[in-house]
Ligand binder design. Structure first.
Ligand SMILES: *Cc1c(COP(=O)(O)O)cnc(C)c1O
Length: 438
């Protein structure tokens, strides 16, 4: 025990783990945190004291402070001041209050697969399915799965595994981290049959490629880029005529999840219009323009939806009960935040920006927000921002609450489009605090 004897007194004064574990604050922390997490916090504080970074008599209060500040999940809520509505790095769509309430109700035991009247097992996801059909009457049937990519994989697997998926070369897209459409489809065991060229594909290209080995035709909305100039594609209406004549299903991947047209986004395809134009099946995400939880939506012909639902893969991509509840409530409740933020009134955004600028000493500039999430590229959402020095961005992000600004041309821009108005005051206080740190 030489090393103990040789320790300076101050080190020996560091409270022992069992002493710290007996503190009142630890009993409180046990309501939120696992024992190994608490012990980890205690050991880390003791180590700092041993290293001389903390006085031994401050160890107990430091443990108390760290335990109080330690959430059970490391995900930190942020105020999105970027002006990007569907921000992939910030979790895409923020849920509506109705969706949050539904998610909480579903958190315990819940009748997700039980008919309470009969006391027997029932079909999973009936509520979400009914809500989808009510919101999109153009669909005969609907199925919700884990995400948009899963919806596409399920559709191509069930309709075309071991056969061909016919797709235009202009639609072989990469969506974002790890999502390359050709690779995804190849992973299902379906063969890609590419037709046309990068900039031009004609109806005859599809018609010539259809044969006994065709599983389905696939049209993909190139949501995150635009090709301009000498281009042509085949619209759903024309393609659906050929598909019907030849008896092959036409699947359209919409991406964004608009269920009906939005005049603000004239180029963004929606499920109702695409189904009315003759698509047999559409796939889309739940957490883009629909504004719901992560989900993949499949809408369309009843026989195809039921075939997909019965495929073994459907079980592997099924939605969890929390997301099912949130999806249903997003569809049945008041407009989701994503919809409100997209349609925010520029005059009101300007007023709010002016109040913020006056309070923190910044300049109001015109600033276009974005749809984001790979949707509606190049569509500006007219609005305003408060310009601050770039150096404030880091303290803003690390503050309480965390505020994420847009970094642009050497400045930190605060666009209030995606900040709930009820949070304007805490945002102002957070900006003041961050400015004091630079
Ligand atoms: C976003 C998107 C997907 C992927 O959907 P996830 O919900 O992210 O899995 C697929 N296709 C298109 C056209 C998209 O825009």
């Amino acid at each position: 025990m030489d090393h103990v004897a040789s320790q300076p007194d101050s080190r020996r004064a560091i409270p022992r783990t069992d002493v710290l574990l007996a503190l009142e604050v630890v009993a409180e922390a046990r309501m939120r945190l696992a024992e190994h997490v608490i012990v980890g916090v205690i050991r880390a504080v003791q180590a700092r004291a041993r290293a001389g970074a903390l006085a031994p008599d401050r160890v107990a209060e430091e443990v108390a402070a760290e335990l109080a500040a330690r959430p059970a999940s490391a995900q930190t809520p942020v105020l999105n001041a970027t002006g990007v509505v569907v921000h992939t790095n910030l979790g895409r769509a923020p849920l509506s209050d109705a969706a949050v309430a539904a998610l909480q109700r579903a958190a315990g035991y819940v009748d997700v697969e039980m008919d309470l009247a009969a006391g027997v097992r029932s079909k999973r996801g009936v509520g979400a399915r009914a809500a989808l059909l009510a919101a999109c009457p153009a669909a005969e049937d609907a199925l919700a799965v884990n995400n948009g990519a899963a919806a596409l994989v399920l559709a191509t697997t069930a309709l075309a595994a071991g056969r061909e998926v016919i797709i235009s070369r202009g639609e072989l897209i990469e969506i974002g981290a790890g999502f390359r459409l050709p690779d995804l489809i190849a992973s299902t065991g379906a063969r890609l049959r590419e037709v046309g060229t990068t900039n031009r594909t004609h109806l005859a290209d599809y018609a010539d490629a259809i044969g006994p080995d065709t599983g389905c035709l696939l049209k993909v909305h190139p949501s995150n880029f635009r090709v301009e100039g000498f281009t042509s594609g085949v619209d759903v209406r024309d393609l659906s005529v050929v598909a019907a004549e030849r008896g092959v299903p036409l699947v359209v991947d919409l991406g964004s999840g608009l269920l009906s047209p939005d005049p603000l986004l004239p180029d963004e395809p929606d499920a109702a219009t695409t189904l009315a134009a003759g698509a047999d099946l559409v796939t889309a995400s739940g957490d883009k323009l629909l504004g719901g939880p992560q989900a993949g939506l499949l809408l369309g012909r009843a026989d195809l939806v039921s075939r997909l639902g019965r495929h073994p893969l459907a079980r592997a991509v099924r939605m969890d009960k929390l997301a099912l509840a949130a999806l249903e409530a997003t569809l049945s409740g008041p407009a989701a935040p994503v919809v409100e933020y997209l349609h925010a009134d520029p005059a009101r955004l300007r007023e709010r920006a002016e109040v913020l600028a006056a309070a923190v000493g910044g300049e109001v500039i015109e600033h276009d927000g974005r749809v984001g999430g790979g949707g509606a590229p190049g569509v500006p959402l007219h609005g305003f921002a408060v310009r601050l020095p770039e150096a404030v961005a880091r303290p803003l992000r690390l503050g309480t609450p965390s505020v994420v600004p847009r970094l642009h041309e050497g400045a930190a821009l605060l666009d209030l489009r995606c900040v709930p108005e009820s949070a304007d005051e805490v945002l102002t206080a957070a900006v003041r605090a961050a400015l004091r740190e630079i």
